[in-house]
Ligand binder design. Sequence first.
Ligand code: NZQ
Ligand code: ZN
Length: 380
Amino acid sequence: MENFIISNPTCLHFGKGVINDLSETVSKFGKRVLLVYGKNSIKTNGLYAQVVAQLHQAGSAVFEYAGIKSNPVISDVDAAAEIGRKNNIDVIVAVGGGSVIDSAKIIALAIPLKNRAWELFEYKVKPVTAIPLIAVLTLAATGSEMNGFAVVQNDVTKQKPGYFSPFIFPKHSFLDPSFTITVPAKYTAYGIVDLIAHALEGFFGKGETTLTDRFVCSIIKEAVTYGPLLMKDLTNYGYREKIMFAATCALNGMTSYGKKTGDWGVHGIGHSLSVLYDIPHGATLSVAYPAWLNYFKSRIMDKLNFLGKEVFDTNSPEATITSLEHYFHLLGAPVRLKEIGIDAWKKEEIIENMVFNKTTGDNLKMDRADLENIFDLMLN
Ligand code: NZQ
Ligand code: ZN
């Protein structure tokens, strides 16, 4: 086991009705609130009205930035940060999925800096503080609600990097599973894929910790058990609750305790597919993971056997990979590039983007030839 420090400062409010604590929580951070959200979902499902009522109850002056897109872009971050600076805001309330929360995290860092937000990703500026962030999660997937990571894309340079800062853990996150009941089937499935992928990135990372590997298997088992039930019954609160809790645990640090790093090579592959063709994050992972596992299987036999025994009741690496792939398909997620509209002739462009973005993985290192072979496996 590697030495490790656990420090997760996010205060998590989980369960039905937790939104009623938002008013009191926000007031602790000040009166001037920047409310950040996505396109339409929170207006059509009634959550916007509930959040605004809480903010009014707190006596907040509310400034808004709406329209954050899925696979969020840096231009929205800069525009929102400008509104935040102009109005001297005290606190950000982000209401949405990973795209909204990630954007809000970079907005929180960018407001006190006078620079363009992209300079953070270029490491040209070093933040020393951030505006406090409160998250209201509406989609179970990324774990952004309880971690210090943000992923934002630059459509001009064709990059989708992650950024970590200890200043951007949400101060509070509100997770009411009933807010996720309106998430459409395909995004529900992509969210389940994403949480499994986060657990696997930890599992295949550098270092050995048996207890952490058991955490990983338990999280994946939870998703494998309740994911298909949820897909058949999207409005079921109990299944939404199980998936939401699993998604938070999959990327709040616990799947990497005692490890040097996770691997994150599959996420790198996925980010290239998203930045080039605007493919939803989870859909890139359900295509990339089976291919990556097949490519590296001779080097990860023991881990695949462990995963197979704990989760899928299989007794060979091949059977474990096939079970995972069947499971993704059962959810309704794609498992080959053609299902997300990508043909062989895009290979060059995709490989170039991955190499440009230094997609190597942190444990099982990939070079250009490896990426080309994995591309071929994603195709066939
Ligand atoms: O924009 P609206 O109208 O809100 O619609 C959204 C969006 O179209 C919709 N949605 C969200 N909650 C809903 C809902 N629709 C109905 N009812 C609700 N309650 O769902 C769509 C997808 O939302 P998005 O936020 O993009 O999804 P997700 O939570 O999967 O976030 C994906 C982003 O997070 C990044 C990904 O790369 C991607 O950019 N990630 C962030 C991570 C982190 N911060 O730790 C780690 C992950 O690996 C990932 O990279
Ligand atoms: Zn992910």
